[in-house]
Design a protein around this ligand. Sequence first.
Ligand code: NAP
Length: 296
Amino acid sequence: METNNNILSPIVHGHWRLADWNLSTQQLLSLTKSCMEMGITSFDHADIYGDYQCEALFGEALKNEASLRSEIQIITKCGIKLLSDKFPHRRLKIYDYSYEHIVSSVEQSLKNLKTDYIDLLLLHRPSPFFNPEEAAKAFSMLKEKGKVLHFGVSNFLPMQFEMLQNYCDMPLITNQVEISPLCLEHFENGNMDFFLKEKIQPMAWSPLAGGRIFNPKTEQEKRVHDALWEVAQELDHNAIDIVAYAWLLQHPAGIVPIVGSGNIDRIQAAVSAQEVQMSLEQWFAIYNAAKGEELP
Ligand code: NAP
């Protein structure tokens, strides 16, 4: 079975916040190359990131060095229609997984990214109005034309994943979900067991809880912050991001963290976390801190 093992790098760089980093095209290009030197070759986008701007910023950087394209993997997503000045006729935010929208969204992503193929296309969120036949038809056409190489989903539950898989003539290779020491949802809703059963490696978005692990405000955040620091000291590290990444990377499901920072030293922490060996007790100390209670 095809897993994302041989399709994506073990750590992915996320471009959701790319527009906020205020990088010149040249700076973005050199950040991309630094990621690649560290073994991060997969870059996560969505049509909507940065109010529909981020894909084009990356495309501009890639244009300057066309030889990079074959050495990287581009992930993008579709399905959410945001309210935006770019679409003045829209009255509210909706999800659209019609054949027409999936295909036109991919065509636009290809233009923005200045490429002729997407490595991995994800349906961004499950929808209460979803026709799997249309999505599967769009996937088949995009694959046949070579416009998208692989397909997956994001924020789906196991039943939603299986439902779509049932209509597709290619394997869905991943489900991108929120996983961090401050988001245990997918350890508890059956998704993690489903990933193990199907040998699907999940991608973890907001692996540092969007930065909340560093500035704890709630009781849960304070407990997790303290537990991460305790493990960091035990492991002789003077930072907690490396511990949070190691906590994800060590899980048997083969979780692929998506690093959301534009700072190269912070990206390096995720790469270094691959070398960290945490004990099972340390793993559970962080889990229990997030739960606020001991195991039953
Ligand atoms: P994250 O790593 O949890 O959070 C990134 C934030 O943490 C940034 O603001 C970053 O600031 C801050 N940060 C990182 N290291 C830090 C440190 N050592 N000290 C203080 N602050 C630190 O990831 P995320 O950006 O929320 O999400 C990662 C990626 O997941 C996104 O880029 C996107 O590709 C994907 N995503 C997917 C979905 C989905 O629905 N599929 C949803 C959300 C995100 P600096 O930039 O200043 O370092």
